[in-house]
Design a protein around this ligand. Sequence first.
Ligand SMILES: *Cc1c(COP(=O)(O)O)cnc(C)c1O
Length: 384
Amino acid sequence: MDRIYLDNAATTPVDKRVLEAMLPYYSDVFGNPSSLYSYGQEAKKAIEEAREKVAKALGADSDEIYFTSGGSESDNWALKGVAYALKDKGNHIITTEIEHHAVLNTCRYLEKEGFKVTYLPVDEYGLVKPEDLKKAITDKTILVSIMFANNEIGTIEPIEELVKIAHEKNVYFHTDAVQAVGNVPIDVKKLDVDLLSLSAHKIYGPKGVGALYIKKGVKIHSLIQGGTQERNRRAGTENVPGIVGLGEAMELITKNLDSHINKLTFLRDKLINGILEKIPYARLNGHPTKRLPGNVNVSFEFIDGESLILNLDMAGICASSGSACTSGSLEPSHVLLAIGLPRELARGSLRLTIGKENTEEDIDKVLEVLPQIIKRLRSISQIV
Ligand SMILES: *Cc1c(COP(=O)(O)O)cnc(C)c1O
């Protein structure tokens, strides 16, 4: 049975061209980039080339790109780094209720360290209201961190407008763009963000590598102390193959961004419309148009998300549910609760995230199989 992978928001398969670009740095060019002999210098050159590719894809300068171990580290660095660097100026941070745990739990940690955090609510679509941000800023606010696009419901936030509000009050703005990069055109200069996190494995690159964009002049402490790598700001011998992979992945995804977006949007809307047409008691979560091109998130009444995922798996379809089941808990997702979904409905949620390898046949197959599974599960539980 062919597997249909529809969990591209969790991770993506590594593009073969990305893998090819990485391989030499595991074998022939294994030198330490800090070494002065040619082996080391070749590795160093590869890192700088990757840095230029990432910078170019974001409209940044190369010396504003810092490589990290992934989205989580970039988020941790942005928040803790700015908090500690500006603690004499203020102790207030603003974020939202729907952030990824890499931001949310870093904020919880900073609260224990004495910082105050405001968690902005969102509307029924998952959108932050600019007025709410305006009202929340005080003279103690040092950082606003709002995600570019939500990983669960796909909602794309009005980042440009939110940045303007923060900057009117001279407050730094960080955005977790892990889901947006490669799915939405991004120009950091136009957006005017101060910090931006991204991760390779969400854009057909390898796991365990990412980057933080830090605008020139932004005050930030280091997260990892040690050697002088990354211009003295992020110690540790560089993940050379990973960094090369990230550079390649960024270049590939931005080169074909328009057609990628068009293809995914077409498949997404076909899937959403098909589900809503064929399955009774179903609702779409997130905004109908201000959403990531590959994101489908739906809730089904009288359905348990876990059973749904297992049944889809048996039919060869990889999907994700609306609960934090990965951590072994059955708590419904904080994002679905934040958009006002009742707990029962949040539990019966399904996230299907389309990637560049998916075809229209994959979508047709889901539209054939999913209604049958829902019908069967509902008849077993005999609630409908
Ligand atoms: C995946 C993800 C992260 C974490 O990135 P890792 O590279 O897996 O650490 C952070 N934020 C968002 C929105 C994500 O989707």
